[in-house]
Design a protein around this ligand. Structure first.
Ligand code: NOJ
Length: 615
């Protein structure tokens, strides 16, 4: 069934997107793992929530080394998830109720089990040898074999794996089972366009979230990365492989060859790109490369500078500056932005950015919802965020409960390094490992991957009927945090999200397209910002007039009462309270332009002032 019309870009600008992680969303057949039929059974739930665009994370055939981001066949579905026919039914069901569906496009690398790589590694003269990145070793001074560069992979260790059979190394920025494709090879690119893109676009998918979108073009000189940690050989190397020289050319080609023939949205995953001018190159409408990107500053908050899982304390001004920067960078340009703070690679936002303490977590979840729903750009929600799911408890053992290759590898590598560095000093080793574990507990990807909490009907939160439980441990708090409990309660986190999504669309000029203004950037306790828009209308008789509209959002990011000043009257005139995350808003007294906020309280005020009559 065809996608809903119209086909202007408004659908992907104004639509709210919802990310589904197939393994953990809903199991329909009792095997403990989520599946496509499970997603299909929740299409109505998504529609009712106010979702317009469903993003399904990889459901392709895969050995699941990295939860499906290691694809062995783009044109097949991971059998435990279902079939191509199931996917077609899901695409059609979304379209039938006016929603779009986008897939993950993972084309920086494949699985080592992909037929292309099997051929490539079979011999040096295989026609597909050059579809991947092969390099001879280099010799250390003492004659031992070294990888071609000192690059560190995202999942610990080197980015190079030695292949005994053909006596060369191949490149893998992620796991060794995920070899990088060689985008310098024309044939490889054409095969990617056919297999990973056209195959699904022809089935009706409406676009892609594009994995590692700035990593296809490597600096082909393959130089060593600068040494930031002299204790180890492998070094962070994104300067060498992110935003390489042919990146924009490749994206233009992808559009001209494939995407422009369809009505699609593309949202690129864009780490390691802090310069707004550079991001604008990717998202400017005139030079059609990507519809929008996920810039990483917001989800990088608290991550260690050289190692992700070395948590660094942060303060509210950092969050505010980050939000402001990636709101304002498109103002006056033809670019577009996204509003998000969760996905399958991140800890839960309530735990990271607010408070998951029992007395604060509901207000915290709603506070973040209020913030996000007021931001310009396409809004992305991650499964479970709409009910305020929180991080796993600190007691969970990394060895027993965590599944993610990234954090598990990091933990074991850190253990090895600590054993060497603090040899014999048990107390120092314990301290170091407590810190690493705490960092993983805050930032780890598994936090986002626990089964979706549907109800309290069984120990798997209604995610699966399998008596032994789900593939991954269910969050202990599912009896308190679940969909069934919130479904009919307008004051729940879910109820609040529903009404905020509705409110956002009703004031699209302000919230989806408006300009962003930050107040008191250095205040460490409260976050105050305004959204503004100017509408020009032709009245009967009195000519053309400009109406300036504004929303002012005041958020208390602490567990104590705070007072904030609303912007002065000469800025936006009278401000009227419209939405708050406390149910009893009447008890919060406002004295003039001062607002008293209770712990984690957020409020939204609207103004509407006719500012000028032109002629
Ligand atoms: C980014 C994805 O979001 C992440 O989950 C994955 O591990 C890597 N890219 C590799 O595909």
């Amino acid at each position: 069934m065809a996608a809903p019309s119209p086909s202007s870009d408004a659908w992907w600008k104004e639509g709210t997107a919802y990310q589904i992680y197939p393994a953990s969303f809903k199991d329909s057949n009792g095997d403990g793992l989520g599946d496509i039929a499970g997603i299909l059974s929740k299409v109505d739930y998504l529609k009712e929530l106010g979702i317009d665009i469903v993003w399904v994370s990889p459901m392709f055939e895969s050995p699941q080394i990295d939860m499906g981001y290691d694809i062995s066949n783009y044109e097949a579905v991971h059998a435990p998830y279902g079939t191509i026919e199931d996917m077609q039914a899901l695409i059609d069901a979304c379209h039938a109720c006016g929603m779009r569906l986008i897939l993950d496009l993972v084309i920086n690398h494949t699985s080592a089990e992909h037929a292309w790589f099997k051929e490539s590694r079979s011999s040096k003269d295989n026609p597909k040898r050059d579809w991947y990145i092969w390099k001879p070793p280099r010799d250390a001074e003492n004659g031992t074999r070294l990888p071609p560069t000192n690059w560190r992979s995202y999942f610990s260790g080197s980015t190079w794996e030695w292949d005994e059979h053909t006596q060369e190394y191949y490149l893998h920025l992620f796991a060794k089972e995920m070899p990088d494709l060689n985008w310098e090879n024309d044939e490889a690119r054409q095969a990617i366009y056919d297999s990973a893109m056209r195959f699904w676009l022809d089935k009706g998918v409406d676009g892609f979230r594009i994995d590692c979108v700035n990593m296809y073009s490597k600096r082909v000189g393959f130089q060593d990365a600068p040494v930031v940690n002299p204790d180890v050989f492998e070094q962070p190397a994104w300067s060498e492989y992110a935003n390489g020289p042919r990146m924009h050319e490749f994206l233009r080609e992808m559009n001209n060859t494939v995407l422009n023939k369809y009505d699609t949205l593309t949202v690129g995953e864009l780490p390691h790109t802090p310069d707004p001018r550079h991001v604008l190159k990717y998202v400017g409408a005139a030079d059609k490369q990507l519809s929008m990107v996920f810039q990483f500053d917001i989800v990088d908050i608290g991550q260690g500078a050289s190692d992700k899982y070395r948590f660094e304390e942060w303060k509210l001004p950092q969050l505010k500056a980050t939000v402001a920067k990636w709101q304002q960078f498109i103002e006056g340009t033809d670019g577009w932005t996204t509003a998000f703070c969760e996905n399958h690679d991140q800890g839960r936002s309530v735990s990271r950015f607010a408070s998951d303490a029992p007395e604060h977590r509901v207000h915290s979840a709603k506070l973040l919802a209020l913030m996000l729903a007021s931001l310009t750009g396409t809004l992305f929600i991650y499964q479970g965020q709409e009910i305020g799911m929180i991080n796993v408890p600190p007691e969970w053992s990394i060895d027993d409960e965590y599944k993610d290759i990234e954090s598990v590898n990091f933990y074991h590598t850190a253990q090895k390094l600590a054993d060497e560095k603090f040899a014999g000093d048990a107390e120092a080793i314990r301290r170091e490992m407590d810190y690493v574990k705490r960092s993983i507990q805050i930032l780890g990807r598994d936090n986002a991957r626990t089964p979706m909490q549907w109800d309290a009907s069984n120990k798997s939160a209604g995610f699966t009927d399998k008596p032994e439980g789900a593939w991954m441990r269910t969050h202990d708090l599912y009896p308190e945090i679940n969909v069934a409990k919130q479904q009919d309660d307008p004051n729940s986190v879910l109820g609040f999200w529903k009404s905020m999504l509705h409110f956002r669309k009703a004031h699209a000029d302000l919230f989806i397209y408006g300009n962003f203004r930050l107040y008191e950037p250095d205040n460490e306790k409260t976050f105050v910002f305004a959204k503004t828009t100017t509408k020009t209308t032709t009245g009967s008789g009195e000519g053309v007039s400009d109406t300036k509209q504004a929303a002012v959002i005041v958020l208390n990011f602490t567990g104590e009462d705070q007072t904030v000043d609303l912007p002065p009257a000469d800025e936006f005139g009278a401000l009227q309270f419209h939405v708050g995350n406390y149910t009893d808003t009447a008890t919060a007294e406002d004295a003039g332009r001062q607002v008293k906020l209770r712990p984690w309280e957020g409020r939204l005020y609207l103004s509407s002032v006719a500012t000028a009559v032109k002629s």
